[in-house]
Structure formats: structure tokens, C-alpha cells
Design a protein around this ligand. Structure first.
Ligand SMILES: [Zn+2]
Length: 148
């Protein structure tokens, strides 16, 4: 458990989401930020009508590095039971539905993809995201491009 204060400003972390705790793994050079949506009710992702929590599912997203550590956001994402639309998982403000990456991480990867040297290719939807290039390495590759 580490100080959560610096992580309260994570982009996209808006009401009702709050930082529950932060785990820093010095040996593994990994930061896990656990966020929580509170008790609800939450807006139905289809119609916006407030609806009660039905259940929740664990999810995690690769975020931009912090302190050069790979950084993950983890959450139990609630599903609501809307009277009109049935059981739906609520949207999280920091990532697109179904993505394993935060919107900021995807934006960086997409911005840099066209700038990588030939032969170095990657996908922002790689199945093996644990070995995904650290964002800092992507930036180094970008900065060593001729003309940069
Ligand atoms: Zn609805």
C-alpha cells in the first residue's frame, strides 16, 4: 500500500470512480492502481438511466508508465440491471469498451506506430500485453528516429 494521492489525478478517473489503493512492486517494476466505483446506482450504458448494481467483473487496463514502472489500472466493473436494457456492464471513463488499454496508452501507441523503424511492429491489441513494450521504450525508439 502506497500513497494514493498522486494517482487521484489519473486522467479519466471521474465520479463515481476513486482510487482504492496503489501497490508498487519495486522488484517487478510494476504499479497496480486499484479503483472503485462505490455502491451505485450507476447509469445504464445504453440509456443513462440510473440503475442498481447487478454484479461486477474484474478488469484491468495497461496504462502509461509511471516512474518508468509498467502501470496497470484494476477495477471490479459493475454491471447494472436496467429495466429497459437488461444487465449491462457500465462504461469506464478511462478506456473504450472491450479495450485492455487506457485511452491515453492507446493514443500514445497509435501516435508512435507510424514512427517506428521498419521491422519493429507492434499492435495495441497484442494478446501478450504483459510483455508489451514499455511506453518509455516506445518513446526512446521514437526519439532516435532520424529527424527527431
Ligand atoms: Zn437502459
Amino acid at each position: 500500500m502506497h500513497d494514493v494521492e498522486p494517482y487521484r489525478a489519473l486522467p479519466g478517473l471521474t465520479t463515481p470512480w476513486t482510487v482504492a489503493n496503489v501497490d508498487v512492486d519495486l522488484k517487478g517494476q510494476r504499479v497496480v492502481v486499484r479503483v472503485d466505483a462505490g455502491p451505485g446506482p450507476y447509469p445504464c450504458p445504453t440509456c443513462g438511466t440510473p440503475a442498481p448494481r447487478y454484479d461486477s467483473k474484474p478488469r484491468r487496463w495497461r496504462h502509461l508508465d509511471t516512474m518508468q514502472f509498467t502501470t496497470w489500472i484494476e477495477a471490479e466493473v459493475p454491471r447494472v440491471e436496467c429495466g429497459t436494457h437488461g444487465v449491462k456492464q457500465i462504461r469506464v471513463p478511462w478506456a473504450e469498451p472491450g479495450s485492455q488499454f487506457t485511452a491515453l496508452f492507446e493514443r500514445l501507441a497509435i501516435d508512435l506506430r507510424g514512427s517506428l523503424p521498419p521491422g519493429i511492429a507492434f499492435s495495441v491489441h497484442s494478446a501478450d500485453i504483459d510483455s508489451f513494450l514499455p511506453a518509455s521504450l516506445l518513446l526512446v525508439l521514437f526519439l532516435h528516429q532520424p529527424g527527431n
